[in-house]
Write a protein that binds this ligand. Structure first.
Ligand code: FSX
Length: 360
């Protein structure tokens, strides 16, 4: 793609019709929870946009976030890289290596100062001066601070860069922290999830290209359109929860009948993400649909909160006893969540969230 070519010009060159592009934008608008009528405006804005320079830094992580993105279906990775953005630096995907690779980053920083997007996946180790993870002989901490200076905005991809993630789990020997613990003077959007949903990554990039701004964010800096509801709110097994029908083991009648996995430790009620609607692998499925409860990977401290097979009702009831008084706890300790009314469930969710945040 030529340097100043717009996305519309590029698509025309490739023989992609306006109709096909509109269809693509309608899907994107839907992913971003925008009304369908915005699709045409979005198509016009995207067609006029010039691809922004993107510098992608990978720190302390498992590369699951990049694996997730490379399995993105709409738009495909190829169109994301070559048509929508200029991915000027990405360890795993770039062809250049060594000095040439670092020069790509330095050139992009210089040529697009104040305009490039910085994407970060992985946490930043700060113990021992940051020696636990280095790139080209420099600490992650050093690279982040340097690269963040000229960024227009930062997109933290994955729970590691959003909240510290698994590297930050106890005893956290490397002193792993999130991007927002280091950078305080730039707009940051957190796309949490371990790994994050690829469609959310592309949706946020498309929003930035279309409107020139980051999307509306929640109090943890996550895009509201994707993280505004819990997995539980949109779970197709929810009717079973409401009827009090729970699988008690992974091979009992309830499990075979697809009943709610709450009592097997599902963290859907306290986990904000779009897995239940966007799903994975091109909309094929998501963990609960494959018979396993949600681990809560898009929430802070999900690993230390642990108890992946411990029902939320156990800590919930204890916290209720401590914070809401004996009225609920006395009668409710052994009561299945199915018998609690919606307000109690909401209080329980809030209390659990307090536990995961406060006690860790
Ligand atoms: Fe963390 Fe991503 Fe989990 Fe892995 O880059 S969010 S460990 S999927 O790879 O950072």
């Amino acid at each position: 793609m030529k340097d100043h070519e717009t996305l519309g010009e590029r698509l025309a060159e490739q023989g992609i019709s306006r109709r096909a592009f509109l269809k693509f934008c309608t899907a994107l608008a839907s992913l971003m929870a925008l009304p369908p009528e915005r699709a045409a405006a979005m198509a016009n804005a995207l067609a006029r946009s010039q691809r922004p320079s993107v510098i992608w830094l990978s720190f302390q992580e498992c590369t699951g976030c990049t694996e997730s993105l490379t399995r993105s279906y709409t738009p495909t990775l190829e169109s994301l890289i070559f048509d929508m953005i200029s991915l000027d630096y990405h360890h795993t995907l770039q062809a250049a290596s060594g000095f040439a690779a670092e020069k790509s980053r330095e050139d992009a920083m210089k040529n697009f100062y104040g305009k490039y997007l910085l994407v970060v996946d992985g946490s930043i180790p700060i113990n021992g001066g940051g020696v636990y993870s280095t790139i080209a002989g420099r600490t992650n901490l050093d690279l982040l601070q340097e690269t963040a200076k000229g960024a227009a905005a930062i997109i933290a991809v994955g729970t590691c860069s959003s909240f510290g993630g698994i590297p930050n789990a106890r005893p956290n020997p490397t002193g792993a922290v999130a991007v927002s613990d280091i950078v305080r003077d730039k707009p940051i959007v957190n796309i949490s999830g371990c790994p994050p949903i690829p469609a959310v990554i592309t949706g946020v990039l498309a929003h930035y290209l279309t409107f020139g701004t980051l999307p509306d964010l929640d109090d943890l800096n996550r895009p509201r359109s994707y993280y505004g509801t819990t997995i539980h709110d949109r779970c197709y097994r929810r009717p079973f929860y409401d009827q009090g029908k729970f699988a008690k083991t992974f091979d009992d009648e309830g499990a075979r009948n697809g009943w709610c996995l709450f009592e097997l430790g599902c963290k859907g009620p306290t986990t904000h993400n779009a897995c239940a609607t966007t799903k994975w692998n091109g909309g094929t499925s998501f963990p609960i649909e494959s018979g396993h409860g949600c681990l809560g990977c898009s929430e802070p401290h999900f690993w230390d909160a642990g108890g992946f097979y411990t029902p939320l009702s156990a800590p919930v009831v204890n916290i209720e006893a401590a914070t809401l008084g004996a009225a609920i706890a006395g009668a409710g300790v052994a009561v299945a969540m199915s018998s609690l009314d919606r307000n109690k469930i909401r209080r329980a969710q809030q209390a659990h969230e307090k536990l995961t945040v406060k006690e860790l």
